[in-house]
Design a binder for this molecule. Structure first.
Ligand SMILES: O=C(CO)[C@H](O)[C@H](O)COP(=O)(O)O
Ligand SMILES: [Fe+2]
Length: 213
């Protein structure tokens, strides 16, 4: 399994230092949350910020777009250094087209579902994606509490992957800590996103390792 620290919880006044720190302490992916203040009731940062830290590491930049009509920004996000671009199924009328668009940029494509969205909504695109991100909180903010009903969706996605020989990784995002990470791993998650849990620990290596174990 992989750990993807979310830099949403980093100290933005020293973002580069925090990035280098989590890389040296065992991060597999770097999770980058872009929020537009429209799809979610919060604003974070955009492609320019990601581009400015791209040279600091060659780790996978796992970009989570919380943006209405993400099709408007795929090219820019890809050109700014993303390795994986994930879009919310709820944020576009044309999920299949957006996934095609992401792949055309040479970037891996992910689809995201909110806690209130069932797996069935994305079944038709599961063959086309490299990653499925199951939100385990409602998107928009770090530091929220894990929603347990997400665990069944992880199991369902794992079973569908086995039945159909699909290739996606199953990623979980929101409220991940030492306790909830275990439940997600047992259910079948491959990638754990964690923001506040990792960045609030003085010993980041210990925090990342505790999610792995
Ligand atoms: O997508 C997100 C918020 O919408 C973040 O990736 C997520 O919330 C991480 O924060 P935490 O681990 O503190 O819950
Ligand atoms: Fe995220």
């Amino acid at each position: 399994m992989k750990v993807a620290p979310s830099i949403l919880s980093a100290d933005f006044s020293k973002l580069g230092d925090d990035l280098v720190d989590i890389v040296s302490n065992g991060a597999d992916y770097i999770h980058i949350d872009m929020m537009d203040g429209n799809y979610v009731p919060n604003l974070s940062f955009g492609p320019m910020v990601m581009k400015s830290i791209r040279h600091l590491t060659d780790k996978t930049f796992d970009c989570h777009l919380m943006i209405e009509e993400p099709e408007r920004y795929i090219k820019l996000v890809a050109e700014s250094g993303a390795d994986i671009i994930s879009v919310h199924v709820e944020a576009t009328k044309h999920i299949h087209r957006v996934i095609q668009q992401i792949k055309q940029t040479g970037t891996k494509a992910g689809v995201v579902i909110n806690p209130g969205t069932p797996v069935e909504v994305i079944e038709a695109v599961l063959a086309d994606v490299d990653l499925v991100l199951v939100m385990t909180v409602n998107p928009g903010f770090g530091g929220q509490t894990f929603i347990p009903s997400s665990l069944n969706k992880i199991k369902q996605l794992k079973a569908l992957r086995e039945e159909n020989n699909y290739n996606y990784e199953i990623e979980v995002d929101g409220g991940i800590n030492e306790d909830t990470s275990k439940k997600c791993l047992e259910a079948g998650a491959d990638v754990l996103v964690a923001g506040s849990y990792i960045f609030s620990h003085n010993n980041r290596k210990e925090a990342i390792d505790s999610l792995r174990n």
